[in-house]
Write a protein that binds this ligand. Structure first.
Ligand code: GAL
Length: 608
């Protein structure tokens, strides 16, 4: 049965409250408690002076109450003394300014000495608690990439980037050639002349910038590996990281390869206000329930990142404090979000946080308990969830018939060169996802490695900047319905225009003549096909102009960004050709795994 849990910060509360907190958690049916992830200043108040006694005590209390704990490593919050030890610890922003102490995530991923100190702290924790009978899992750090913290433009990042480039290209001649540095006399004589692609007079070379983005992503992976290497020898419990919604600056699939589970932190109302592209009327309509597809998209994404095993480490329980507007969820919606995660196969859902804090940055963030320890409204909903879970939980997490490929590198590439300022890769893939779900289809998000495409009846590859050899091979021999485009494989990995983007896959002599990007007020109608916005391609087959929607056997090429109606008709066609049953859904209603999730009415039930 899916477990329920909560994030707890015992270091914020008097010791005397811990035992009653634990007993109450247990009594409402929670079984997992995450602790520790920001507590460095209490674990090592002075350099070399450690105090684990309070954590020992908390853990024994949780254990005694019959709860299991997840232990977070505290590296997202290096204490103030760490800056005296490492004055160059801070990340720098794109404008070339250090990002100062006084909140969190104030470290640069290229600071190797801090990476080692953080790994040592992880090792200390692992040695001490790695075999504790109540330990459920480990969390490394906290939300990589949150607060824009993947790309650091610090002097240390510059040196690390030069080394990364030298490893990749071996000779400077090779780099000059592959970046095309003859353009604008950008040729370098040695790797140590290469700076970061910020503060240039006009746009930097796209190959330079994309390599920097790849490097930044790799730095996060290496950073995380250091902690895993420190923890692993001392525990047999799984390790995970808690990812976030729509954070795309590092490759989650690469990070996920090193860990057993993926988790993510979901704040549906915060996300709708803070990081969605939806228009005002949509936001108004769903302000109390959230975007009906946003949570599901990430559930499906992180299920893939976790290779099947995933959970929710932080679930919004009431109003948050960080979005432009912070309404309370509709009554019953926390229950629906929780059960929706179950329908997508989550192992656990944990709420953020146990008790609202009366001080510091998050004092306006709600919790399961109010600051004066009265229960908040949501507590009853959670209590009832235990019954729901008994009724609905099943270990079966059936696979979808539709696979949608998501590729982090493509997000970076189209950020580097959007061509039209509204072009966003995440939004493009998300549009396909929403369309598929409107047709009542379950969707699995797939990494761009081609490994599992054969298991699907339909595979979609929109906007993928450059297909790697494995994916090219897998798609070439794929026998289901394949949808490519728009903008798929139009570049080489070096960020040059691809001489022959998808001909091979489409099995026709397809040429891309030109692309246009359109102003937000502009759309293009193509007779017999529908309406496009933002991006439209001019295509030729065998030297003749053809419309931007092509079929050849079981392959479709779409040469533009379709509006909602056109998207639905293209997807419907694909699904019908593949022989998959479609069930059109109303806007706020979504299906997954035999359940019906209502975002209009806050409802959850088995489908009939
Ligand atoms: C998350 C973070 C938590 C807390 C929460 C507030 O992004 O991991 O520590 O800040 O947001 O909503």
């Amino acid at each position: 049965m899916m477990k329920l849990g909560v994030c707890y910060y015992p270091e914020h509360w008097p010791t005397a409250m811990w035992a009653t907190d634990a007993a109450e958690m247990k009594s409402i049916g929670l079984s997992l408690v995450r602790i520790g992830e920001f507590a460095w200043s209490r674990l090592e108040p002075k350099e070399g002076t450690f105090d684990f006694s309070w954590l020992d005590e908390v853990i024994e209390i949780l254990y005694g109450a019959g709860l299991q704990f997840i232990l977070g490593t505290p590296s997202a919050t290096p204490p103030r003394w760490m800056l005296d030890k490492f004055p160059d610890l801070l990340a720098w922003d794109e404008g070339g300014r250090p990002r100062e102490f006084g909140s969190r995530r104030h470290y640069c991923h290229s600071h190797e000495a801090y990476m080692h100190v953080a790994a040592e702290m992880a090792e200390r924790l692992a040695k001490r608690y790695g075999n504790h009978p109540a330990l459920y899992a480990w969390q490394t750090d906290n939300e990589y990439g949150c607060h824009d913290t993947v790309r650091s433009y610090s002097p240390l990042a510059t040196i690390a980037f030069q080394n990364w480039l030298s490893n990749k290209y071996k000779t400077i001649t090779e780099l000059n050639q592959r970046w095309g540095n003859v353009f604008w006399s950008m040729e370098y004589d040695s790797f140590d002349q290469i700076g970061l692609p910020n503060l240039t007079v006009t746009e930097p070379n796209p190959s330079h910038k994309l390599d920097f983005y790849r490097f930044c992503s790799d730095q996060v992976v290496v950073w995380n590996q250091a902690q895993i290497a420190a923890i692993r020898p001392h525990t047999d419990k799984p390790i995970f990281h808690n990812y976030m919604g729509r954070i795309t600056e590092f490759d989650h699939f690469k990070l996920g390869e090193d860990m057993e589970i993926a988790t993510w932190d979901t704040y549906p109302l915060g996300f709708l206000e803070d990081r969605s592209d939806r228009d005002e009327s949509f936001r108004h309509k769903y302000q109390y329930t959230g975007d009906p597809d946003f949570q599901a998209f990430h559930h499906d994404l992180y299920r893939a990142v976790g290779k099947g095993r995933w959970g929710i480490m932080e679930q919004q329980p009431g109003p948050v404090n960080w979005a432009p507007y912070n309404p309370a969820p509709a009554r019953g919606m926390v229950r629906v979000w929780t059960l929706e995660a179950m329908a997508h196969g989550a192992e656990f859902v944990a709420y953020f946080r146990w008790r609202q804090l009366p001080f510091a940055q998050e004092q306006m963030h709600s919790a399961l308990k109010r600051p004066d320890n009265r229960p908040s409204e949501v507590l009853d909903e959670i209590r009832l969830l235990n019954e729901d879970l008994k009724k609905y939980s099943s270990s079966e997490n059936h696979k979808a018939q539709v696979g949608l490929i998501f590729d982090y590198e493509s997000q970076w590439a189209w950020e580097v060169q959007p061509q039209g300022q509204d072009f966003d890769y995440f939004r493009l893939v998300y549009d396909f996802y929403c369309g598929l779900r409107q047709l009542g289809l379950d969707v699995d998000i797939l990494p761009p490695d081609g490994q599992s495409v054969d298991n699907y009846a339909v595979v979609l590859v929109p906007g993928l900047f450059s297909l790697n050899d494995q994916l090219m091979e897998a798609l070439s021999s794929f026998t289901g319905e394949l949808l490519l485009g728009p903008r798929t494989n139009i570049k080489t990995k070096d960020f040059h225009i691809h001489p022959d983007s998808v001909s091979q896959l489409m099995q026709i002599d397809l040429k891309l003549d030109q692309v246009e990007t359109l102003r937000p007020t502009e759309t293009r109608n193509v007779e017999g096909i529908g309406t496009f916005h933002s991006w439209i391609e001019s295509l030729q087959v065998n030297g003749e102009s053809v419309p931007p929607l092509l079929y050849k056997n079981d392959r479709t090429y779409l040469g533009g960004w379709p509006d909602k109606e056109t998207m639905i008709s293209v997807l419907r066609n694909c699904a019908e050709r593949a022989g998959i049953a479609i069930e059109d859904q109303e806007d706020g209603v979504r299906l997954r795994n035999g359940f019906v999730v209502g975002y209009g009415e806050a409802s959850f039930e088995l489908s009939k």
